[in-house]
Design a protein. Structure first.
Length: 332
């Protein structure tokens, strides 16, 4: 059984979609060949993952096939190695030419089926609806997001990690955009939280290499804090998260990775919906959305959010509230 999966969103979106891997293995056995099409950056999530056969990069999604080396490579491979099944998670018209030209005996998911998604279910659960025509409900119920990691001793020694530590991820994918970042928590609140927690447990700060300008506003960090911003791969980041006592973040890929690794995760949320947008909660993990749930939220991508200048749903979350929530759930 040869399967190709198209998921070219942000890293967090790809983490949600990893539930398809175990669903396919449960349905078709360990011999199933699973290929992915995703963006080059997100593709690093599958580095050394034995469940994934190969990953095709698609950086320039809107480029027509004639001018796209990336798209032609995928199509050519499919002609020489016809897939049994194509699963598509992308609705955008920029994917239509690629989807039509990939050679597969059966194609399911977005653009091939009418998939009715309840607006009040988590997006991780919604991903499974794309598979329901081929995967049994029993196997879908057992499949959850999962990502590959390294061994703990390798990570601990490389980054000088203590046995007990917390991971804090103050940034998100909108941190470098101009204007108000409605998903962001106040810099001063992050600083206070880091100072308070670092008196009790080692703190590990993570972020992307291109976010250094943002992190300069939070530096210098207090003692007992390790600054790993831009210093690790996605595979290493996942491993650091896996062995942590917990993770504190805003709505970002880090939160989704933590949930997939069953590491307790505290997600600060304001404009986002705590049901649909939170990391996917399963019987095996602990997800703690921290939200004031004020009257005007959730408002993400609405006129209300665009008109908002104060961002009180995030600004008014106090560092004391977050500290107390973490301390009530984790013992170190």
């Amino acid at each position: 059984m040869k399967v190709i999966i198209v998921r070219c969103g942000a890293l967090g979106d790809l983490v949600y979609a990893t539930s398809v891997i175990d669903a396919l293995i449960l349905q078709y056995g360990d011999s199933v060949q699973i290929d992915f099409v995703c963006t080059p950056g997100s593709a690093q999530l599958f580095k050394n993952d034995p469940r994934v056969n190969q990953v095709f990069h698609l950086k320039h999604k809107k480029v027509p096939i004639f001018f796209s080396v990336e798209k032609r490579k995928i199509i050519t491979y499919s002609k020489q190695n016809i897939y049994d099944l194509l699963i598509n998670f992308e609705y955008g018209s920029q994917f239509t030419d690629l989807l039509e030209n990939i050679d597969a005996k059966e194609k399911i998911g977005a653009q091939f089926e009418d998939i009715l998604i309840d607006k009040k279910i988590n997006r991780g659960e919604a991903q499974k609806l794309f598979l329901q025509s081929k995967i049994s409900q029993e196997n879908l119920a057992k499949a959850y997001p999962k990502v590959h990691t390294l061994e703990d001793d390798e990570i601990m020694s490389k980054f000088n990690l203590n046995q007990n530590y917390l991971v804090l991820s103050p940034s998100n994918s909108h941190v470098n955009r101009s204007g108000l970042n409605h998903r962001a928590w106040e810099n001063d609140s992050w600083t206070k939280l880091i100072q308070k927690l670092s008196n009790e447990i080692q703190i590990v700060i993570v972020g992307a290499k291109n976010e250094q300008t943002f992190f300069e506003r939070l530096r210098p960090f207090s003692s007992n804090t390790i600054d790993l911003v831009g210093k690790n791969s996605i595979e290493e980041l996942s491993s650091i998260i896996k062995f942590a006592q917990g993770v504190i973040c805003t709505d970002s890929a880090v939160g989704h990775i933590a949930a997939a690794l069953n590491t307790p995760v505290f997600v600060l949320m304001g404009p986002n919906d705590i049901i649909t947008d939170s990391p996917y909660q399963t019987p095996h993990n602990k997800v703690y959305p921290i939200s004031l749930e004020i009257e005007c939220s959730p408002c993400y991508n609405t006129k209300i959010m665009k008109a908002c200048k104060e961002n009180i749903c995030m600004k008014n979350i106090s560092s004391e509230l977050v500290y107390n929530r973490v301390k009530s759930a984790i013992v170190w």
